[in-house]
Design a protein around this ligand. Structure first.
Ligand SMILES: *Cc1c(COP(=O)(O)O)cnc(C)c1O
Length: 813
């Protein structure tokens, strides 16, 4: 929808500075999106750690003309149009609320402790044959996500599905004004049993605020909810146990399915759904309730409900064949989520060449002509080299795209797979569910075994923000990505850090830095252990060596002189007590003499490393290191007349010695979700989950043994599951013999007998599980910190021991 700046100014109650002639047709809050252009209105949001006002000058250079701001950044007042408001997030919300008020069709508002996104996706699947649906993409349910979703409503939509998630009290009112649900859906409310009655009551009251203007609320019958719903709102409830509910349901399992017997108003209905776990069954019933309230026929309900499918909401990054990177988004295809996926592709691209494999797009609310023009625009602005379209409609509109091959269906694509030549590129695979693009992902994915280390990129961003929030605004951040990002993945994490604009990366050896530079990392990279033999490569790749001895310095200067380098950045490491690497006090005069007036190199920074920043028992020692650092670094600065960046704190230093931030800190383990402080750990998100599957299950009798050396002998009939992960994958043998455990279907299974090279065995006697079920080796539970403590080592060792043969899969929620 196109709006004039004048109009928007009124809607936002903003004060305008600059031209009023512009029109806008897209809203953006992400400065990095390649989709920003002349017709974008950019809202400069201000977060606890990030203020988007700082990107405005870049955006003006890229052609963006209109900004909603709290103040006009220095020197930019004549360069663009500014709408000045008190709070840019509230302005965004106000804009969305205005936009919502223009439309009159039914809108579902979804809230609940669990299941919102799944119910939303399923309702979309169940009702899309009959409606043009607008729904929030992925799980966009926050104070920012909801307005962005609502702003995408257009004239052709006739049903809306939006989820609302809140993290604080009083957020629901704000979302209510934006979503204005006509029908409220509560997916799951938790139980008084888990939370205490008062907490639950508070929570339900808060959730019900979303429905204060709704006509109908759909929910699982519960006396507490009944008593809290306002009488003017109609309710439509279901229950397994309470016969006074509008819909009474009983269920039974058959094979892999659940059969539901439904009694609604004396009418009976039986349906099957392809799930048995309680959460999925409840979510399916919630959808069923919506269909009943819309008076769908019995046969349509039976027909459609049997095809419900597992919802995958995550964008996954996988290694593909022939040096490709796959971005797997093979479960949805709508315009909104295409935009998100393309932005994600940009933040992750590893190769210059980019291919998008795209199915027909549904429910855009636009005519096909308009839709595919817009898609083509999007593809062009994201600099995609090649489009492979699959589907009848996209084939028809092939001419809209520059370099495009199309196939009528997925089987045709497979017939031609060998000619498509996927090599050295990033491939986004994005298609509606029934195109079965998961088969394309399977075909293009590099084959490895079933054990994977899943890395949650959202958690990394969260942890980074957490530590940033502990810094003064001017303190710079170096992030250590040595040892393959503490085992979590080098390039992908570096790329994310670059996206978040950290100041420096740190690696241990030159080759780690070289491979980052080769894959497109442009951040400055410090090398902690630059071997003399690698100096030449360091110079070639513009890496920055840490210099810790006179011998090293002289060797580097010799090459620098030969290459006629000018002011090549180096970092001076001081030994203040760690006694590992670094200049000591007695070397300082000689160091100063060599560096004085030297034109070949520049001292970019001075650093030291603490031996006991994590252990307050050694506080006195830590302070002596900090003191010595102050004295030695000041001496260098004074005598050389320089003002380099100074830095000494690692993760636990950031937490324990905030007064010693100097100009920069070096974050390591904390980014990967591990803190050695119990309190701080609560604020971090788990990053890595090491997963495998059950290969085989067998029953053994009392007296029978398991594994090498018969180290486990059953004392009763026991069910044993074998998992294909062993010490060659980095699982310590000390974790075997009933010391360690894995998690299967949320239950602990003790590791029995010795851990083998490629396998281990667990006791699943008490666990309901089958072959092929997922197994968690570490993640939320057991956590890396827990394992480390049991094995009397540190989390660093557990993380970095995971062998490179374990495939890393990166995802974003
Ligand atoms: C590894 C390392 C860090 C980061 O340490 P964490 O404890 O992981 O935060 C900082 N500085 C140097 C010199 C390092 O080697």
């Amino acid at each position: 929808m196109t709006l004039s700046i004048q109009n928007i100014e009124k809607i936002l109650h903003a004060k305008r500075f600059g031209d009023s002639n512009g029109t806008i047709d897209t809203i953006s809050i992400d400065s990095r999106s390649l989709q920003n252009n002349q017709k974008t209105l950019f809202f400069a949001l201000v977060g606890p750690n990030n203020d988007a006002h700082q990107y405005i000058s870049d955006l003006i250079e890229k052609g963006v003309q209109n900004f909603v701001v709290t103040h006009i950044p220095e020197k930019l007042s004549n360069k663009a149009t500014f709408l000045v408001v008190e709070n840019t997030l509230e302005a965004l919300q106000r804009y969305a609320a205005y936009h919502r008020s223009l439309f009159k069709f039914p809108v579902f508002g979804l809230t609940g402790s669990n299941g919102k996104t799944i119910v939303k996706e399923w309702l979309n699947f169940l009702m899309s044959p009959d409606f043009n649906i607008i729904r929030s993409p992925k799980s966009y349910n926050s104070q920012v996500g909801v307005p962005l979703s609502v702003i995408s409503i257009n004239d052709r939509h006739n049903l809306g599905i939006f989820e609302a998630g809140i993290s604080k009290m009083n957020e629901m009112e704000k979302l209510e004004v934006i979503i204005r649900p006509t029908i409220g859906i509560i997916t799951n409310i938790g139980s008084a049993h888990d939370e205490g009655f008062e907490d639950l009551e508070k929570k339900i009251k808060e959730k019900l605020k979303l429905f204060k203007n709704s006509k109908l609320i759909i929910y699982q019958k519960n006396k507490l909810v009944d008593s809290l719903i306002e009488s003017k709102i109609k309710s439509f409830s279901w229950s397994y146990t309470d016969e006074t509910a509008d819909v009474f349901i009983s269920k039974k399992d058959i094979q892999d399915k659940t059969v539901l017997q439904i009694r609604n108003d004396k009418d009976n209905l039986e349906i099957q759904i392809p799930f048995q776990d309680e959460a999925s069954v409840e979510n399916a019933i919630t959808c069923l309730m919506v269909l009943l309230s819309f008076k769908y026929s019995k046969s349509t309900i039976q027909n459609r409900m049997q095809w419900l499918y597992p919802v995958e909401m995550r964008l996954k990054i996988k290694n593909g064949i022939n040096n490709t990177t796959l971005i797997d988004d093979s479960y949805s295809s709508d315009f909104q989520s295409l935009k998100i996926a393309l932005d994600f592709l940009e933040s992750q691209k590893q190769y210059k060449n980019k291919t998008v494999i795209l199915s027909d797009i549904f429910q855009s609310g636009l005519s096909n002509e308009e839709l595919y023009s817009k898609v083509a625009q999007l593809i062009t602005s994201n600099k995609i080299n090649r489009v492979i379209g699959i589907g009848e409609t996209i084939s028809e509109f092939k001419h809209k795209f520059k370099n495009c091959i199309t196939f009528k269906n997925t089987s045709d694509f497979f017939l031609n797979l060998n000619y498509l030549n996927f090599i050295n590129e990033t491939i986004l695979i994005k298609g509606a569910r029934h195109f079965q693009f998961e088969e394309i992902v399977a075909a293009l994915e590099e084959k490895t075994h079933e054990t994977v280390l899943e890395i949650n990129l959202n958690s990394i961003s969260h942890n980074l923000s957490f530590y940033k929030s502990k810094l003064k605004p001017i303190t710079k951040m170096m992030v250590m990505v040595k040892a393959f990002g503490y085992g979590s993945g080098g390039f992908e994490i570096a790329k994310l850090l670059q996206h978040h604009k950290v100041d420096y990366l740190g690696v241990a050896f030159a080759d780690e830095g070289i491979s980052l530079k080769n894959t497109g990392i442009t951040l400055p990279i410090m090398v902690l252990n630059p071997e003399t033999t690698s100096f030449s490569a360091i110079i070639q790749y513009k890496l920055e060596p840490e210099i810790y001895s006179l011998k090293g310095l002289n060797a580097f200067l010799k090459i620098a002189e030969k290459r006629k380098l000018k002011h090549f950045p180096i970092h001076i490491k001081l030994d203040t007590g760690m006694h590992r690497l670094g200049f000591e006090e007695e070397n300082l005069d000689e160091l100063i003499a060599v560096l004085k007036d030297n034109k070949f190199v520049t001292v970019k920074s001075i650093l030291s490393h603490m031996a006991t920043s994590d252990d307050l028992e050694h506080q006195e020692f830590a302070h002596s290191q900090l003191n010595l650092f102050e004295i030695l670094s000041s001496k260098l600065m004074n005598e050389l007349q320089i003002k380099p960046i100074r830095h000494i704190l690692n993760t636990s230093g950031i937490s324990n010695f905030p007064q010693a931030q100097y100009d920069m800190v070096r974050l390591g383990i904390g980014l990967y979700g591990v803190s050695n402080d119990v309190e701080e750990q609560k604020y971090l998100d788990n990053v890595g989950t090491l997963k495998s599957i059950i290969s085989q299950i067998r029953s053994i009798q009392a007296g029978e043994s398991v594994g090498y050396g018969r180290r486990f002998v059953a004392d009763r009939p026991t069910k044993i599951a074998t998992i294909p992960i062993g010490y060659a994958d980095g699982i310590s043998r000390h974790w075997g013999n009933s010391i360690g455990f894995v998690t299967i279907n949320n239950q602990k299974a003790a590791i029995v007998g010795c851990i083998c090279m490629d396998m281990l065995m667990v006791d699943v006697s008490e666990i309901n599980c089958k072959e092929g079920d997922s197994v968690i080796i570490f993640g939320e539970s057991p956590s890396v910190s827990y394992i480390a403590a049991q094995l009397q080592t540190i989390p660093y060792e557990i993380l970095t021991s995971i062998s490179q043969r374990v495939k890393r899969v990166f995802y974003r929620e």
